[in-house]
Design a protein around this ligand. Structure first.
Ligand code: ADP
Length: 283
């Protein structure tokens, strides 16, 4: 009897250890995939700027370029800055993917947090070049000013800032840029609901078949003229990681030629559902 029990205990223990080993193994192969992809991204993406930096400096050294040094020095400088930005962003994305960045979560009241963020960009928008505004709506049983969300303020600001700078980058001056907060309170059995933050612009929009792809690393929509603004295609991939770590969703709605709405949704804290609401908090 005791022997049988000991065998049963030992078996259970082995099973646990086995499970742990399998998990560690999965984690290891995930890390290896990240590492492999990082190496291939670096060699692929740095190739172009390195080639032109080498070309310009060789031409200067060998006396092929004899005047206008300043112009070529500037080109070399710009390509170097591009490489620096790329390495910084790639490092950040990889750290996010491998959990090497610790998040500092705080419970904040959504409306006041995002209103403040909205105002922060007011002076940053170039002159009066955009019609900039704030919108706020609430649907469902909760109140407009009482949604608590758990977020890392610095990281979420990074997401908003990225969406805002894209809106400015791709929307011609004179266009419209809006920031919107929508509180979608959950009904019975749906949880507390979510806070949806959108950055809406009147820019060129995104072709429907590319709407998913732009959140992938390095994916950029082919554009012509002013809309082909500089970038490395990592911004939205970083946003996606950050929002994912918050247990949220990220996406875009767009009508090509009319504009885009980039949004992310964060879960409203369960305990934050007001007591008075018909589907109140679970005690
Ligand atoms: P980057 O802007 O550096 O190219 P992102 O990852 O931020 O990289 O964006 C990926 C692509 O999505 C961009 O190249 C652009 O084509 C498209 N995009 C992002 N924001 C907008 C926007 N507000 N309007 C139109 N296109 C956009």
């Amino acid at each position: 009897d005791t022997l049988e029990r000991k065998i049963a205990e030992r078996t259970a223990e082995l099973r646990r250890t086995n499970g742990e080993l399998e998990r560690a193994n999965d984690e290891l192969s995930r890390m290896q995939t990240v590492r492999r992809r990082l190496l291939s991204d670096i060699s692929h993406e740095l190739g172009t700027p390195i080639t032109s930096i080498k070309g310009y400096s060789a031409a200067m050294m060998e006396g092929v370029i004899t005047d206008d040094y300043g112009k070529y020095a500037r080109r070399i400088y710009e390509r170097t800055a591009l490489m620096e930005r790329l390495i910084d962003d790639l490092t950040e994305l990889t750290k996010l993917e491998t959990g090497q960045i610790a998040f500092d979560y705080k419970e904040v009241e959504a409306a006041s947090f995002f209103r403040l963020l909205y105002r922060k960009y007011e002076p940053e928008l170039p002159g009066d070049s955009y019609d900039y505004g704030w919108e706020e709506t609430a649907v469902g049983p909760g109140e407009a000013d009482s949604a608590i969300v758990k977020l890392d303020p610095i990281r979420i600001e990074q997401v908003v800032s990225n969406m805002m700078s894209n809106a400015c980058k791709y929307t011609p001056a004179g266009g419209r840029i809006r920031m919107r907060l929508e509180l979608r309170w959950g009904g019975p059995g749906q949880g507390a609901g979510e806070a949806v933050v959108s950055v809406i612009d009147s820019g060129p929009g995104i072709p429907e078949r590319e709407a998913e792809l732009i959140f992938d690393r390095f994916y950029r929509v082919q554009r012509t003229g002013a809309a082909s603004a500089a970038g490395n295609g990592l911004g939205l991939a970083i946003c996606k990681e950050i929002v994912g770590r918050h247990g949220g969703r990220i996406g875009v709605d767009s009508k090509p030629g009319e504009g885009s709405r980039f949004y992310f949704a964060l879960p409203i804290r369960e305990s934050a559902v007001p007591m008075a609401a018909p589907y109140g908090r679970k005690e």
